[in-house]
Design a protein around this ligand. Sequence first.
Ligand SMILES: [Zn+2]
Length: 340
Amino acid sequence: MRAIWLDRHGGPEVLEVSRRPDPAPGPTDALIDVKACGINHLDLWVRRGGPRGFPIPLILGSDAAGVVRSAPASSRLRPGDEVVIYPAEGCGGCPACARGDEQLCVDYKIYGAWRDGGLAERMALPARNCLPKPESLDFVAAAAVAINYITAWHMLTARAGLKPGETVLIQAAGSGVSTAAIQIARFLGARVIATSSTPQKLEHAKRCGADAALNYRSDDVPARVKDITSGLGADVVLDHVGAATWEADLHSLAKGGRLVFCGATTGPEGKVNLSHLYFKGQTILGSTMGTREELRTVLALMERGCFRPVVDRVLSLEEIQEAHRVVEAGQQTGKVVVRI
Ligand SMILES: [Zn+2]
């Protein structure tokens, strides 16, 4: 089969289409024909290598959608079923796995990062990781869902406990997670203030449902958030930028506010004034990925038309280098998806 087989770290130029043997499904695995696979920032980290020690060689790609080719008789899957994959698996035996918090498993493996992923014509994975694709989404749209939407859903619901009527500040609105977060926060009945750096991305944020859009290069974000919230600040701040936005995040937060973050692309260190934090009763929350059940919930809401993924562009497997360059340059508003 054709696959993006990463056998050395480096820039986009190390990516090429290789011939690989078809995967051999285990006794509880399904084999799927992949139709599309979304590109995440995680793909870039894996390609570059680095401190997290991603094991290579492996097949890249996390967010796959496709058609079941074969499945164990014990599963509910049948050949021909159209599926979206939950893009990771835990050990199944630790306390986190037992309570359904697989993403906190000591041995959590995201596909395309710690084991073979979905940028390939075929993929074998546990049958329970194959969830029904909403009929309202084609394969390209379905491949733009999993990581972004479960990450944003988990941040806003399980972690920050966003309530109707609250105000949420969402940083870097052009990204996949932030796009999902704007839609989800609106669906949950919150007021959304989004930030970005270009007029095009601010327009994108408004189209996704943001009530207000601020330019974090030219606006004083905390001051504007205070203006919009009658001096109170945002009840929830959602971020994945890291060092560059950390101070503005804390200064934008209301008393009792929750700051939830799932990334640190501009640097992993930030200062915290502990006196402000305790006196204002604020909470800082880390978050990563989401659960299989959360993906099921998000897909059901998409089937009902509550929100839908935004696809920036569709490229072919042969255009994988360009796909990485676009995401690396942050040129996209929405998801870059590779059609297999
Ligand atoms: Zn586990």
